[in-house]
Design a protein around this ligand. Structure first.
Ligand code: HEC
Length: 444
């Protein structure tokens, strides 16, 4: 499939010989002036040597042959990979990878004009990137305060899904508030490390090790997670960490592979401005997208729903859909029993298991859920040949853990509020929306 695409890319570009500079009127964008900047900004982090993108886009020579395919993937919002609807739900997100429509239109116009280079002097200087082996959050936060490694394991070159679940000492000696956490696979195993989840194990009152809070999660394409400003996510001292690493061999054997978690702490003296008003130890809830028992028929489709409500108000800080190969869309809604109204908070209509993002709502735009309202998670599955991720439309597919089984859930980070804090936050937003341009308020 990839092979065929390569051929067509070359074929199409051969049909559009570069225009002479006289023809390059200012009416269309050029690589040097506009497109190089857009590619630096949105693509190079992955499309450069040693990174996960299959081809490098660091120069005109590298980009040019791919122009038609770039146009296609950018116009359809498949690249950069970020499946979050632009028309539905809350649009204020942190670390939003989506391109502006204006930039998309520029790339489309550039390719339609024959992908011209333009003038050498318009070219921006090359962009510097952090070392492959470095933390993604290092630019902003420096090196982590604490790291935890999984026990070394030999990843074979070929074979089936593999699970590695070592339990290690966390090395954490005091219970502190964390600012950020990032899970990093080794550079050698970046292609075979599908997921790496971790949770704490803590001693209960009977001196038995029991499962504690989730610590971190890595899935292909995922960067680190920051705790929302002013919230204390406390981690347990003298704990153990249990890993659940899912390797899927990609042709490269990696002996003694280790996955690493980096933790950044708040300073001891940092005041939690809001600790008094809403002390919120964050917990990530596993919100099921439907009962564990379902079967998707061969060449069929399915929808599942999961529901969750709280007896106190909550603020949702982030949302990360998780499904497998047949999963194609997910939404999160809230149902208000008093008014009978339903509202979509977030939706990924074009979801693909190739990418996993934790969508973090921007400050002041996190959904506020009143006590008793119901959060509804809906997952859609497509087991037909129309789903490009589907390895075999003739199979029955049930719920389970293997890549070829299906699942539908979302990780949501929740801050627990009391009534007073909830009212306060609602009032703050009303004030903000009323003082902004008339008619602008509201998320959807
Ligand atoms: C987060 C990493 C990442 C970013 C950012 C990213 N890509 Fe990709 N890209 C990939 C990976 C991995 C693949 C191969 C798997 C796939 O096609 O999903 C890919 C594949 C592609 C392909 C080939 C698709 C095919 O059908 O064979 C094109 C073209 C492409 N990317 C263009 C872009 C452009 C243009 C941008 C920026 C506007 C971009 N990508 C941003 C990681 C990325």
């Amino acid at each position: 499939m990839a092979y065929k695409k390569v051929l067509s890319a070359i074929l199409v570009s051969a049909l559009f010989p570069a225009l002479s500079s006289a023809q390059e009127a200012a009416s269309h964008p050029t690589y040097a002036k506009e497109v190089s900047r857009i590619i630096q900004e949105n693509c190079q982090i992955c499309h450069q040597p040693g990174q996960i993108g299959p081809m490098s886009f660091t120069s005109y020579e590298e980009v040019r042959p791919w122009a038609p395919l770039i146009q296609l993937r950018v116009a359809s919002r498949e690249m950069p990979p970020y499946q979050y609807d632009t028309e539905i739900g809350i649009q204020h997100l942190k670390n939003d990878w989506r391109m502006s429509q204006e930039d998309i239109d520029t790339v489309v116009a550039w390719v339609n004009a024959g992908s011209p280079f333009g003038n050498q002097e318009d070219l921006p200087p090359p962009r510097q990137y952090p070392d492959m082996g470095d933390w993604r959050l290092a630019d902003e936060l420096g090196q982590p305060d604490h790291t935890i490694k999984s026990t070394a394991w030999d990843v074979p070159a070929d074979g089936q899904d593999l699970w590695w679940k070592p339990v290690v000492d966390s090395g954490i000696t005091e219970s502190r508030c964390i600012k950020a956490v990032e899970t990093r696979p080794s550079a050698a195993a970046i292609g075979s490390t599908h997921h790496a989840n971790s949770h704490f194990k803590v001693l209960d009152e009977n001196d038995e090790w029991v499962n504690g809070d989730r610590l971190s999660e890595f899935a292909i394409g995922k960067l680190g997670e920051k705790v929302p400003e002013g919230a204390c996510r406390r981690i347990p001292a003298n704990s153990m960490v249990e890993w659940e690493i899912h390797y899927f061999p990609d042709g490269n054997a990696v002996p003694n592979d280790q996955v690493t978690i980096g933790i950044w702490y708040y300073d001891e003296e940092d005041e939690f401005v809001e600790e008094e008003s809403y002390p919120q130890d964050l917990s990530a809830y596993f919100l099921s997208g439907g009962g564990g028992d379902y079967m998707i028929p061969p060449n069929g489709k399915l929808m599942t729903q999961g529901f969750r409500s709280f007896d106190h108000p909550v603020r949702i800080d982030s949302w990360q859909p998780h499904m497998h190969l047949r999963g194609v869309a997910m939404s999160m809604e809230v149902f208000y029993p008093e008014t009978g109204r339903k509202e979509v908070i977030s939706q990924t209509s074009n979801w693909t298991s190739a990418w996993n993002h934790s969508h973090t709502y921007a400050e002041g735009y996190q959904p506020l859920i009143p006590a008793g309202a119901t959060i509804i998670l809906t997952g859609w599955y497509d087991n037909t040949a129309n789903n490009p991720m589907n390895p075999d439309p003739d199979q029955w597919v049930g719920a389970g853990q293997r890549t070829t089984d299906e699942m539908g859930h979302a990780w949501i980070a929740i801050s627990h509020l009391d009534e007073e804090d909830y009212e306060k936050l609602v009032a703050e937003r009303e004030e903000r929306d009323n003082s902004s341009v008339a008619g602008a308020g509201g998320s959807d």
